[in-house]
Design a protein around this ligand. Structure first.
Ligand SMILES: *Cc1c(COP(=O)(O)O)cnc(C)c1O
Length: 344
């Protein structure tokens, strides 16, 4: 085995879903877009369905088709991007529920698939997806007459618990949905943690299920172990890697491990990044290259067979910090070359 091994702890994932459901005390869906945040949408969703999840969300209809094959009939699969041109066949055959984002999408949907379930997405200030107040006023009565399954909106700043935007969007959502008797949803992971005012009838966590911030109490789900290809001794003054980016200051041992930026370990991670051998941290040295990374293992007593990048010692968000990005990006960049093991 020369590729890294990505171990996905489905028990921890299920535990995170149950814990978020316990916090929310309302129907708890699961967002499995981008192949379940890089961890395998079909395995993730199948496990959560076994755990009791009945509602799943994806970004685009194509993802819904694959997910329906894995889940079979029963659970709802909703599509954030709504009903796009050319989606009708997919929506009908995989029984997807588009979250309608505009009057155009609404017309497209009722013309192509009259009577087929749909939800509505409102913009409460993020200005990314959904109908704005004026558009919503124009469509509201017509849309409600068609029995939407859900009305949803999305928070822009929910990872900052004290941000005034949270209450501002909640009030806008209340105003836009006043007097409407349709299930409502505002919260993703961050909103679920903001408290009951944000829960409405359904919460839709994504990243928290996979062990990422802002869910600080999440159980870690991902472990990434990378095999060592070769270990060498270098003398003071010798350099390592492209552009001679690192120079040995002392007699050193350098391990070359089998993963690089082509595996989602983005090059910007360089400088600050560490891996672990048991409890001991060892620093990345030199440039991250496409398929390989060099690590200073001088301080280890033994020659390592593999080093761990993500695991109990170091979360997805810690690794994200090395590269100046967020856990979401590290997860969804995890490479296709890894050997994936799902622990169930
Ligand atoms: C991605 C997404 C979610 C899930 O967000 P997390 O922060 O990962 O919990 C929920 N709703 C919408 C509209 C999304 O785009």
């Amino acid at each position: 085995m020369t590729t890294g091994t990505l171990t996905i702890d489905l028990d921890a994932l299920a535990g995170n879903w149950r814990a978020l459901a316990q916090i929310a005390q309302v129907e708890t869906a699961a967002v499995v877009k981008a192949d379940g945040y890089g961890l395998g949408a079909e395995r993730v969703a199948a496990r959560l369905a076994r755990e009791g999840a009945r509602a799943f969300f994806v970004a685009v209809a194509e993802e819904g088709t694959a997910l329906r094959r894995a889940l079979g009939p029963g659970p709802t699969i909703s599509v954030f991007s709504g009903h796009m041109e050319g989606d009708a066949e997919r929506i009908a055959s995989a029984d997807l529920t588009p979250m309608i984002n505009s009057i155009d999408q609404m017309l497209r949907h009722v013309e192509a698939l009259p009577g087929h379930p749909f939800g509505l997405q409102l913009d409460t200030g993020m200005n990314r997806l959904g109908m704005e107040p004026a558009e919503w006023s124009a469509l509201r009565d017509i849309a409600l007459a068609q029995n939407p399954t859900l009305i949803m909106s999305h928070l822009a700043c929910a990872d900052e618990f004290a941000h005034p935007m949270n209450d501002q969007q909640r009030r806008a959502f209340d105003e836009m949905t006043a007097g409407i008797d349709v299930p409502r949803s505002l919260a993703a992971t961050g909103g679920t943690l903001l408290g009951p005012d944000f829960h409405y009838d359904l919460v839709r966590p994504g990243v928290g299920l996979y062990g990422g911030l802002p869910y600080v109490d999440a159980r870690p789900v991902v472990t990434l172990d990378i095999p060592v290809v070769q270990v060498r001794d270098v003398l003071p003054g010798e350099t390592v890697g492209y552009a001679n980016a690192w120079t040995a200051q002392r007699p050193s041992r350098v391990a070359t491990i089998s993963a690089g930026y082509a595996d989602g370990l983005i090059r910007a991670m360089g400088g600050d990044a560490r891996l672990h051998h048991g409890d001991i941290a060892v620093p990345v040295i030199g440039r991250v290259s496409m398929d390989l990374i060099t690590v200073d293992v001088t301080d280890l007593r033994e020659t390592p067979q593999s080093l761990q990048l993500i695991g109990l010692h170091q979360s997805v968000d810690t690794v994200a910090g090395f590269a100046g990005t967020i856990g979401y990006e590290i997860l969804t960049s995890l490479g296709a070359r890894y050997h994936r093991v799902w622990r169930d």
